[in-house]
Design a protein around this ligand. Structure first.
Ligand code: SF4
Ligand code: SF4
Length: 543
């Protein structure tokens, strides 16, 4: 077996990619990512064993976030960039061992490599399958994937200048625990829930970072057509990149459009002042194949969701920044103040044709917690009068699998007295359907990016309070969530930590769950997969 990765929903045969990733990740990149994760475990081991205070580890904290982020699905395909990061992290690890007087012999904390070849051989020994017991392996990986998602969200908050040292401390604790052979399955189940607790903290931190800097998202109609100017497409999650791109394109005659998970940037008041911020182009991440061809202008990836481009023409228009990377595509670095120079992208845009129109009209979003709570009276009245029978949280991800058509059908067939609460790129499966409204409340309320699932939790907790209930599960809310990659794993763990039960997860349950671990999730939390649209709607409406 040349590689092994089963961290995402599209993993081969739902058991693991072993020759090449379905995502396009090759053996070399997969192994280097495994080694980078192992190096982070080594740093974590030193921090935990020497009881080092994470507050003293500024550079290391940040590099740990970036390293974990790099290993998320679809984030970084650039072997040279990952190798550089391994060298950097091992240098930091060794300096930390010296500074803290670490005298342990945990392999992750002391191993050495001196070439690409030695990195690849070492990686073969320390990847996912190094843990033989399949239940322990499953729980360790569940924790690691949750922490990867947490690291990604924490990095975006960091870029806005918001940090919470307790999150770093937990990342070290969690990653070090995955090396500890004395921990039982029960210990790891407890740590899984603790990962969810920090998931809530991480999403709350990012929410605070985004809203304190850019204002609270508000109801917004987003144009999905195009103008005749040259243009840049920006994808991903990072709002500081969005802000800098808008500042630098202002007055240049170059328009800016969002793609995929960047759509919710339109909901923030701070970005509405830019008259070159035109609209959203296309759909969710996997639809970039085709949509990037017709866009014609340069594309900036601020996080993951890269699909390896099919043609050199498209590849030649791709730029990355932050943790994202693709071989041959420039990665725009930040200076010591976080400033980035996007002039090369702007200059390229000026020379390229304007985008082809692929659709017209608009879509509405901006229903994050502040906006929905402003409408709380209306919502509560509609529930009390019976106009709204049930809310369906359909947050999460989109992906390539045909089976995801289930979510479009599900949305179409839901009774007209139900409301869909969404966040993440799952929304593209139904946000262009004409589903109407209930007394002026749209039937699809989009809170924003997948991290804005936090908003959906805040809304649920508020409704629990308003209705005077003891348990969030007594609310008329059903959870039918779609997942794809590791940010969705931390969202799921956060919901479990908040006590949400009976979540249906699809289109398939994670391949990394061993039968025993899946059984624990089913028995303790009522997690279930999906069935047919008709059966599931009947089940949910009568639950
Ligand atoms: S990220 Fe997903 S598709 Fe890519 S190699 Fe891993 S499991 Fe396979
Ligand atoms: S919604 Fe899912 S696929 Fe989209 S960015 Fe978030 S975790 Fe990734």
């Amino acid at each position: 077996m040349s590689m092994f990765c089963y961290q995402c929903q599209e993993t081969a045969k739902n058991t693991g990619c072993t020759i090449k990733g379905v995502c396009g990740k090759n053996e070399e990149v997969a192994k280097l990512q495994d080694l980078l994760v192992y190096a982070v475990k080594g740093i974590s081991e030193i921090v935990v064993k020497t009881k080092t205070n994470a507050a003293e580890l500024h550079t290391i904290n940040h590099e740990v976030l970036t390293s974990l982020f790099i290993t998320i699905t679809n984030a970084n395909f650039d072997a040279d960039a990952i190798e550089k990061q391994i060298v950097k992290v091992l240098g930091l690890r060794d300096q930390l061992a010296k500074d803290t007087g670490y005298n342990g012999n945990q392999d992750a904390a002391v191993f050495t490599v001196d070439s690409r070849e030695s990195m690849l051989s070492k990686a073969s020994l320390v990847g996912v399958l190094a843990t033989e017991n399949e239940d322990i392996r499953s729980l360790r990986e569940l924790i690691i994937y949750g922490i990867k998602g947490l690291a990604a969200y924490t990095e975006h908050a960091f870029n806005i200048g918001k940090e919470d040292v307790s999150i770093y401390s937990f990342i070290y604790e969690g990653m070090a625990a995955t090396l500890d052979d004395s921990l039982t399955a029960d210990d790891l189940v407890a740590l899984t829930l603790k990962t969810g607790e920090y998931g809530v903290k991480g999403m709350a931190l990012l929410d605070e970072a985004n809203t304190s800097r850019y204002g609270n998202p508000e109801i917004t109609s987003v144009n999905i057509g195009v103008r005749k100017n040259p243009a840049i497409l920006i994808s991903g999650h990072d709002l500081t990149d969005m802000e800098q791109l808008l500042e630098q394109t202002k007055g240049t005659g170059v328009d800016v459009y969002t793609h995929g998970e960047m759509l919710p940037a339109h909901y923030y008041p701070a970005f509405k002042k830019y008259d070159n911020f035109v609209g959203n182009y296309g759909n969710s991440w996997w639809m970039q194949v085709g949509e990037f061809e017709s866009f014609h202008g340069p594309i900036l990836f601020t996080t993951n969701c890269i699909v390896p481009p099919k043609t050199p023409e498209v590849a030649g228009r791709i730029f990355t920044t932050g943790a994202a990377g693709f071989p041959g595509c420039p990665n725009i670095p930040a200076d010591e103040n976080g400033k980035k120079d996007f002039s090369a992208i702007i200059e390229m845009a000026k020379k390229l044709p304007s985008p082809d129109e692929i659709e017209t009209g608009s879509i509405v979003g901006g229903f994050a917690h502040n906006q929905v709570l402003a409408l709380a009276d209306k919502v509560v009245d509609a529930v009390k009068s019976g106009a709204i029978k049930k809310f369906f949280v359909m947050a999460g991800c989109d992906g390539r699998m045909k089976s995801r058509e289930y979510y479009t059908e599900f949305a179409k067939q839901l009774p007209s007295d139900t409301i869909i609460l969404t966040a993440g790129c799952a929304k593209y499966r139904y946000n262009k359907l004409e589903l109407g409204d209930i007394g002026g409340i749209p039937r699809v309320l989009d809170a924003g990016q997948c991290n804005d699932s936090y908003s959906l939790a805040v809304i649920a907790l508020k409704l629990k309070e308003v209705f005077g209930l003891d348990d969030v599960n007594e609310l008329p809310i059903a959870y039918n969530i779609a997942w794809y990659e590791q940010k969705a794993v931390i969202v799921l763990l956060a919901l479990l930590y908040l006590g949400v039960k009976n979540i249906h997860l699809g289109p398939t349950l994670p391949g990394f769950l061993s039968p025993n671990v899946a059984k624990v999730l089913v028995e303790t939390f009522g997690i279930a997969g999906i069935g047919t649209v008709e059966d599931d709607i009947e089940f949910f409406m009568n639950a």
